[in-house]
Design a protein around this ligand. Structure first.
Ligand code: AMP
Length: 563
């Protein structure tokens, strides 16, 4: 009998094809109206279009992004007599299509019309314009002063406002920016501005799937009138809550409701007018990424892992473009759906850190998930998109090690300050380990890669999967394993001690010293208990340590590594 297997593979929905036909309808000194044709192959329902434009002279260094649901838009507030370049892309549930046209669509605003009026009437016009400008300036000044006053009186830490808004990004009118719900006098106003109120009768709860700080997380179904029933996750606020707890619970919805991206958990709505108070989001069948990876140890291809990482980076790029700093990016806060799509979740302000079981008190009193947090954020609460990039490096490490706990049971803070970094996970592609190290630059946080760059690095890897075969722990000249960028010396590696020194890996060297094992195989066969008896503490899963030692063993010329 011939043996065979039938394999059914379903590919993901394709992104929409580019928008190729754009027409200029009307131009004035400060505005232009455009229309365009729907992409030839939408490959799904078009959710909206993203219109990006910038002054031709500025070479894309500053640009404005608008979204439109239909196929036309008016761009206002433009400079007269100026050339602009523009690109449009469509978005479906599968994500964005390619931006087009290429080269970009060009249009010019009309020139300033010369005053062809009498000098008398021109004086009147001038007076009118000056008065209007004076009124606008006064309004802006008043607005800024009131804003400052409110920020001072509301925020306990004057820095805190900057943490969420001040991202070092140039923000222009037209780019949607995250609004901190705590700046609202009445936070329930923020919830109703950013989240849809759902009728509890539209929600059916099926079972409990997790536990949050404020109550249970359940799976269930949402059936809105004239819409298809969908699976949802329902977070509930348990009874006996205080006003502050209710506000903090709903703040997450006010934040989530401002985002709209395929790699950010989507908010369906909230129930605030009946009890229990609920937050309803899309359902992620595979739960949180850390436990999902631990459950499927070593079961994914490199491309699958990079695909997950790409999704997380893309979600983070969106958040940093919006001016939102996550502050608690970790695999436990990423959710995975049935298509292995990863989405960033767990939004909040200080609440996020209060909730997180990983958060520990720092010497300065703040509660921070130290293993995931950049040194400057631990030291003086400087949370930025660059500190999120550090955490992304840790998530990258967690993913490549299938949910290993960063730094295992060691305390990492001092080691990191001294320049020690996590070693490459087993079989980790060299490029990915290099990316981790780039994310973990301590002094020059601005040199850490931006999320846009991370997305593009990962895209290149996906397009060229062969590059994933060069692994960090099998390269013969481990220059990429050197963690201290200032050191150009590649140390000779004769022993495990040298290896650890060379890698400036965690200070676990002492654990191995004073014990004599003739080969990695002996070490592999020795139980952790027996090792303990002779004074060796295994600080990570033994099989992974042994495998790293074996990799080293096969690359040292002097035969087996003396341990
Ligand atoms: P959280 O309070 O957001 O940390 O959620 C607690 C746990 O509930 C998570 O670790 C997940 O296991 C589960 N959970 C939260 N949101 C969802 C969701 N949208 N889909 C599926 N499971 C979820």
């Amino acid at each position: 009998m011939r043996q065979y297997a039938a394999v059914t593979i379903t590919t993901n929905q394709a992104a929409p094809s580019p928008v190729t036909v754009i027409r200029k309808e009307k131009t004035s000194r400060n505005s232009v109206s455009l229309s365009w044709q729907e992409p030839e192959r939408p490959n799904g329902i078009i959710l909206d279009y993203e219109i990006k434009y910038y002054e031709k002279e500025e070479q894309e260094t500053s640009y404005t992004i608008l979204r439109a649901r239909g196929c036309n838009v008016s761009l206002n507030g433009l400079k007269p007599n100026t050339a602009y370049l523009l690109q449009i892309r469509a978005r479906t549930a599968a994500g964005y299509g390619a931006s087009s046209p290429s080269p970009s669509f060009q249009f010019e605003t009309s020139p300033d019309s010369a005053f062809s009026i009498s000098s008398e009437s021109s004086q009147v016009v001038l007076i009118a314009i000056s008065s209007a400008v004076a009124i606008i300036l006064l309004t802006v000044l008043l607005y800024v002063l009131i804003g400052r006053f409110c920020c001072r009186s509301k925020s306990k830490h004057p820095d805190e406002k900057r943490l969420h808004f001040g991202n070092g990004h140039l923000r222009l009118p037209g780019i949607r920016t995250y609004v901190d719900p705590h700046t609202y006098e009445d936070p329930s106003q923020a919830v109703h501005e950013f989240a849809k109120e759902l009728d509890a009768s539209c929600i059916a709860i099926d079972k409990v799937v997790g536990a949050g700080e404020f109550g249970e997380v359940c799976s269930g179904r949402l059936k809105l009138p004239s819409k298809k029933e969908i699976c949802v996750a329902i977070k509930t606020l348990k009874g006996g809550y205080t006003d502050k707890q209710r506000r903090d619970f709903l703040a997450e919805a006010s934040i989530m409701g401002q985002f709209d991206h395929p790699n950010i958990i989507r908010l369906e709505g909230v129930v605030t007018r009946s009890k229990p108070v609920m937050i309803v989001t899309e359902y992620m069948e595979n739960g949180s990424l850390d436990s999902f990876l631990r459950k499927h140890d070593a079961q994914f291809t490199g491309i699958q892992l990079v695909g997950m990482l790409r999704g997380i980076a893309s979600g983070m790029k969106y958040l940093s473009d919006m001016g939102y700093v996550h502050r608690d990016l970790a695999a436990r806060n990423i959710l995975v759906n049935s298509n292995l799509v990863c989405k960033v979740s767990d939004f909040g302000l200080s609440r996020v850190l209060e909730d997180d079981p990983e958060a520990a008190y720092t010497t300065r009193g703040g509660k921070i998930p130290i293993r995931w947090t950049a040194p400057e954020a631990i030291a003086y609460r400087k949370f930025t998109s660059s500190s999120d990039a550090w955490s992304y490096g840790i998530v990258l490490w967690e993913v490549m090690s299938y949910g290993e706990r960063p730094y295992w049971e060691m305390s990492n803070q001092d080691a990191v300050d001294e320049g020690y970094r996590l070693p490459p996970p087993m079989d980790c592609p060299a490029t990915l380990y290099q990316l981790m190290l780039d994310c973990w630059q301590k002094e020059e946080r601005n040199n850490r890669p931006k999320f846009e760059q991370i997305v593009s690095i990962l895209d290149k890897l996906i397009r060229n999967p062969g590059s994933l075969k060069i692994t960090a722990n099998t390269t013969s000249r481990p220059a990429n394993l050197l963690l201290d960028r200032s050191s150009s010396e590649v140390p000779a590696m004769g022993t495990v001690g040298d290896w650890m020194d060379g890698m400036r890996t965690l200070p676990c060297k002492e654990a191995f010293s004073g014990v004599s094992y003739s080969s990695c195989d002996t070490l592999a066969k020795t139980s952790t208990e027996d090792l303990k008896k002779v004074g060796v503490t295994i600080v990570g899963p033994q099989k992974k340590i042994v495998s790293s030692l074996k990799a080293l063993d096969s690359h040292t010329k002097n035969g087996p590594v003396p341990v």
